[in-house]
Design a protein around this ligand. Structure first.
Ligand SMILES: NC(=O)c1ccc[n+]([C@@H]2O[C@H](COP(=O)([O-])OP(=O)(O)OC[C@H]3O[C@@H](n4cnc5c(N)ncnc54)[C@H](O)[C@@H]3O)[C@@H](O)[C@H]2O)c1
Length: 244
């Protein structure tokens, strides 16, 4: 018996580095998975819902569509994210709206829609992808950092408010992960990502920045029955590297 046999899940940001690893891990353990991203081309999943996390009606309706497709919704992974870069003097209102829209408002809308479905079923699990930077600020990313602090706080609020319904809400908080989000930041600054990641690896006590699978493994643990007594936890996954 695998951990997710008979379960169903919705994963946002499923085309990204961590999202793909979460989806692959769930499906390898028997979960039926609905994926969503702006493009789901080539993604292996039981059902794909292409859409924009900035589209309020898309987010409001998605959990019901998944529950109608599978007959239930057991697990929600709020994993989609965006990272505007630069200190506050370089940031636009559009940067703010996009980051708070994807990183905070979409998870708020998806949780609001998913929780009544899970409550009616007798329980469920929600795992948010926050960040170490949401717990202690990294430099020169004030919009991203504060949006991740907001999703961390929302995780704690919902973990407390909905435990009595058998719904566990927790967050995984990675430090640096080798995904397109990290690599594109180096590319935008004209830095070779492979060289930059080698330098970053040297800054991590465990010897390397995280692979997407090393984050997904903890996200899957939080979604599993092994984490059945965890509600509102913010789990740092950082290879021993604090935010400095
Ligand atoms: N990579 C890191 O170093 C790191 C560290 C800490 C936290 N995180 C968090 O992990 C999560 C996953 O990021 P990743 O590293 O896999 O990055 P990624 O860029 O590979 O994946 C992010 C996904 O979110 C999707 N997305 C973004 N905006 C969207 C929108 N408006 N509508 C629909 N989908 C949208 C993207 O299309 C992409 O597939 C994010 O929440 C990110 O903030 C990443």
């Amino acid at each position: 018996m695998t951990r997710f046999e008979g379960k169903t899940a919705l994963v946002t940001g499923a085309a990204g580095g961590i999202g793909q690893a979460i989806v692959a891990g769930l499906r390898a353990e028997g979960c039926r998975v609905a994926v969503t991203d702006r493009s789901c081309a080539g993604l292996k999943a039981e059902v794909r819902f292409e859409g924009d996390m900035l589209d309020a009606s898309f987010c409001d309706n998605l959990p019901v569509r998944v529950a109608e497709t599978f007959g239930r919704l057991d697990i929600l992974f709020n994993n989609a994210g965006v990272i505007p870069r630069g200190d506050i003097t370089t940031q636009t209102d559009a940067d703010f709206d996009m980051a708070y829209g994807v990183n905070v408002k979409a998870p708020f809308q998806l949780c609001r829609a998913a929780i009544p479905i899970m409550a009616a079923q007798g329980g469920g699990a929600i795992v948010n992808t926050a960040s170490c930077w949401g717990l202690r600020p990294g430099p020169n990313h004030p919009i991203y950092v504060s949006s991740k602090a907001a999703i961390a706080s929302l995780t704690q609020c919902l973990g407390r408010d909905h435990a009595h319904q058998g719904i566990r809400v927790n967050a995984v908080c990675p430090n640096e992960v080798d995904t397109p989000m990290l690599r594109s930041g180096f590319e935008a600054r004209g830095i070779d990502p492979d060289t930059a990641i080698e330098d970053l690896n040297a800054s991590v006590p465990l010897g390397h920045i995280a692979s997407p699978e090393e984050i997904a493994d903890v996200a899957l643990f939080l979604a599993s029955d092994a984490a059945r007594y965890m509600c509102g936890a913010l789990v740092e996954v950082n290879g021993g590297k604090p935010v400095i």
